[in-house]
Design a protein around this ligand. Structure first.
Ligand code: ZN
Length: 259
């Protein structure tokens, strides 16, 4: 079996002043990317990486950088990516791209009402066109950012199909999808395949499932500098995430959070 290791990194917003876990400063992003470039990694978009993986021509050290949600601040990541010559894949929530309203869904909605409302600004179609011209990929993060495993079959199909259709309509293609909150069970993965995507990504501390429609990603957040960064970006840690130990560690963390 062809099992070349392919780290797929997941970022959200880019900001130096916003004290949210999901906002990484441009300086920290630069440190992450320079660390990878120094180690000889080559950056690919997700669609290109999957194509190369299928053709068995994936460079030995490849990495995919992705951004979820379509924060306007994603544009601030571009100089750091340009510096190392990596493209990125941005997963957008199409309702917000189309309407221009501030990004808002359970988990981030409070930010849209506070002092940092500006950080919740969405990328627009014009910004996405520009990113595609620069070699980036635009994928889907659904229409409204729901928890997909909780939807009825028809709602699930609409979230996956309608978001893909509007991206294809405006930008010409949409080959990949990132599940909101990283959540996908077998039914969701099947629906993504049926909706016409070529690959899909999750987001979890444990990566037991790593199939074409549930590719694992490494979430990188504001606290991921120093040793934490080195552990997250190490191939050894990636291998560990695919073992039962990762499930145990994740279970323990969840339990601790509940108590
Ligand atoms: Zn999201």
């Amino acid at each position: 079996m062809y099992t070349r290791h392919l780290p797929v990194l997941c970022y959200h917003a880019i900001s130096s002043s916003w004290q949210a876990t999901l906002a990484v400063s441009p300086e920290l992003l630069t440190t992450h990317l320079k660390t990878l470039a120094r180690r000889g990694y080559v950056g690919l978009t997700l669609a290109e990486a999957e194509r190369r993986r299928a053709e068995r021509t994936l460079p030995r050290r490849s990495v995919v950088v992705t951004f979820d949600d379509g924060y306007y601040s994603t544009l601030l990541a571009k100089p750091a990516l340009d510096d190392v010559g990596f493209p990125a894949t941005v997963f957008v929530v199409t309702r917000f791209v189309a309407s221009g309203e501030l990004l808002s869904w359970p988990g981030v909605a409070h930010w849209a009402k506070g002092d940092h409302a500006e950080e919740m600004k969405s990328l627009g179609w014009g910004d996405l066109e520009h990113l595609i011209e620069c070699g980036w990929e635009i994928g889907s993060h659904t229409v409204t950012h729901p928890r997909l495993p909780e939807l009825l079959d028809t709602e699930l199909a609409t979230e996956l199909e309608a978001s893909r259709a509007s991206i294809v309509d405006r930008l010409g293609r949409c080959e990949t999808v990132a599940y909101p909150y990283g959540l996908a069970d077998e039914r969701v993965a099947l629906a993504a395949a049926r909706a016409g995507y070529k690959a899909a990504v999750t987001l979890s501390a444990s990566h037991r499932v790593d199939s074409l429609y549930r590719r694992a990603r490494i979430g990188l957040y504001a606290a991921d500098d120093g040793l934490r960064m080195h552990i997250k970006l190490s191939p050894v840690a990636a291998a560990l995430r695919r073992t039962p130990f990762a499930d145990l560690a994740q279970g323990a963390r969840t339990l601790l959070r509940r108590t």
